[in-house]
Design a protein around this ligand. Structure first.
Ligand SMILES: CC(=O)SCCNC(=O)CCNC(=O)[C@H](O)C(C)(C)COP(=O)(O)OP(=O)(O)OC[C@H]1O[C@@H](n2cnc3c(N)ncnc32)[C@H](O)[C@@H]1OP(=O)(O)O
Ligand SMILES: CCCC(=O)O
Length: 449
């Protein structure tokens, strides 16, 4: 015990001392989500002008990184992210953030096989150590462990307000694997989906909840709709549900506390709700602290489609920006504008398809005023030039709008067009039929029921 305390003291540095190890040209892997390493970011930002071409990489930063604020010409730092938060997409709009495409579950694989930038320095957010000298990656297990294992230098930023989240695998690091430690104390940033819940959202949630059976195992993606659906399930009378998800969100508390989720039917991680990162309210972060109802895993394990499929009746509930008449799903860009990222959407869609009795869903309102202010259909003839396909049509699951469900798997292009137009907003159906005719995916026998 004493040895570990001495080792802790000997590795303790101020943030400014710790970031001195960063050299020009380095890749710096920073903390993810609410575990973004705020003190080290601030200290690194003070080295602007002194270093050049330092590439900082994170996932879904929950505030604007200081290194971006101080270096608008990117002379010292370039900021990279594998999934854009609202802050990051606004930085990207100004050319100040670079996106790294990947299925979330693949990201650590690319880092390990050397095709992603080698982590020269890992600066990762953790909890205070336990009595055995272990730190916990808290709400962002993600690929923190992989980054630390491969990094030349590991700096931990201890946040004594971070909850200790039980694992799984990949959730801790021992002090003997660490070079430097800095200490901090600040509340984890809250992540809550924006915007009011509309009547369309409620209708979609109702259509989706009908599909869930007692004993289903659930994944909820990021955004307002998955959160609305989770809340509706918490208020339903479903029972013996399980959770195998990428993200843990605020409604998970109610799902467990109201007795909907107990994990009793899971084939792996029985009685545990599993995830790789959490984003929600302070109450969620407090609830996760040393709560044996949860287990967090490294993302390459948690998001592995083959592992997701080990649980029966896996239901994947994710959100999209647009779907075209071929069933291509765009969930991360508006044309060439990168909005968010692929995240675990394809990982979980594939996993749910492969699970016995599994059901993958993509849900979206039939119209939006996003991206220009004018009402437009989210079911579109073709994706606009530059739009990124997050789920290819070969893996297209059931699409749900407030007008119904279209189960696309195995269907012809003619049938897909018919089904998708059938769940489009009525005001746009005629023009979609004309487009489908022009595209050769509409026959005389096609009809909208
Ligand atoms: C981290 C994870 O991977 S969790 C596991 C699952 N992963 C995924 O599903 C990844 C892909 N999905 C996503 O990123 C999200 O679910 C989204 C983006 C589809 C929806 O998330 P929400 O938070 O509900 O989106 P929201 O409606 O607030 O819109 C987000 C942005 O997209 C823009 N947007 C949304 N729809 C459209 C559209 N049809 N056209 C143009 N822009 C659009 C909005 O204007 C907004 O940008 P702004 O902040 O600059 O105004
Ligand atoms: C969500 C993808 C994360 C990464 O590759 O950094």
């Amino acid at each position: 015990m004493a040895g570990f305390r001495d080792e802790y003291r000997s590795k303790l540095r101020t943030p400014d001392e710790a970031v001195k190890v960063v050299k020009s040209g380095d890749w710096v892997y920073a903390g993810h989500f609410a575990m973004y390493t705020q003190l080290l970011d601030e200290a690194l930002s003070r080295r602007v002008g002194e270093v050049s071409d330092v590439k900082v990489r994170t996932v879904c930063a929950t505030s604007v990184p200081k290194i971006c604020k101080v270096d608008p010409e990117m002379k010292s730092f370039t900021f990279h992210s594998g999934y854009f938060s609202a802050f990051e997409r606004k930085l990207s709009d100004k050319g100040l953030a670079v996106y790294i495409p990947s299925n979330y579950g693949q990201s650590p694989i690319f880092i390990r096989n050397g095709s992603a930038g080698h982590p020269n320095v890992a600066m990762i957010g953790v909890t205070k150590p336990d009595n055995n000298g272990y730190f916990n990656f808290s709400t962002a297990v993600s690929y923190a462990r992989t980054a630390c294992e491969l990094a030349d230098i590991v700096i931990l930023e201890v946040n004594d307000q971070a909850p200790w989240v039980y694992g799984g695998e990949g959730e801790t690091i021992h002090i003997s694997d660490v070079d430097y430690i800095v200490e901090g104390s600040y509340p984890l940033i809250v992540h809550s989906p924006e915007g009011d819940v509309t009547d369309a959202d409620k209708k979609i949630a109702t259509l989706l909840v009908e599909e869930i059976e007692d004993g289903s195992c659930l994944q909820f993606g990021i955004g307002k709709l998955p959160a609305t659906i989770a809340t509706m399930i918490a208020d339903s009378d479903l029972k013996n549900l399980g959770i195998h998800s990428e993200m843990a969100s605020t409604p998970f508390m109610d799902l467990i506390e109201k007795g909907r989720v107990n994990g009793s039917q899971k084939k792996i991680d029985k009685f545990k709700a599993t995830f790789t990162f959490a984003g929600g309210t302070k109450e969620l972060y407090d609830y996760l602290d040393r709560n044996p109802a949860f287990a967090s895993y490294a993302v390459d394990i948690q998001n592995n489609p083959a592992r997701i499929a080990l649980n029966d009746k896996q239901v994947a509930i994710n959100n999209a920006i647009e779907v075209d008449l071929y069933g291509q799903i765009s969930s991360e860009s508006d044309g060439i504008r990168q909005i968010s990222g692929t995240g675990g959407q394809l990982d979980f869609t594939m996993g749910a398809f492969m699970s016995k009795g599994g059901k993958p869903f993509i849900c979206l309102s039939s119209t939006t005023t996003h991206g220009g202010g004018k009402v437009k259909s989210r079911i579109v003839p073709t994706l606009k030039p530059g739009s990124i396909v997050t789920v290819p049509r070969s893996w297209a699951p059931t699409i749900v709008t407030e007008y119904g469900k279209a189960q696309l798997g195995g269907k012809s292009t003619w049938k897909r067009a018919e089904m998708l137009i059938g769940i489009a907003h009525p005001d746009f159906r005629d023009e979609l039929i004309k487009a489908a005719q022009a595209q050769g995916i509409w026959t005389r026998s096609n009809k909208i029921c």
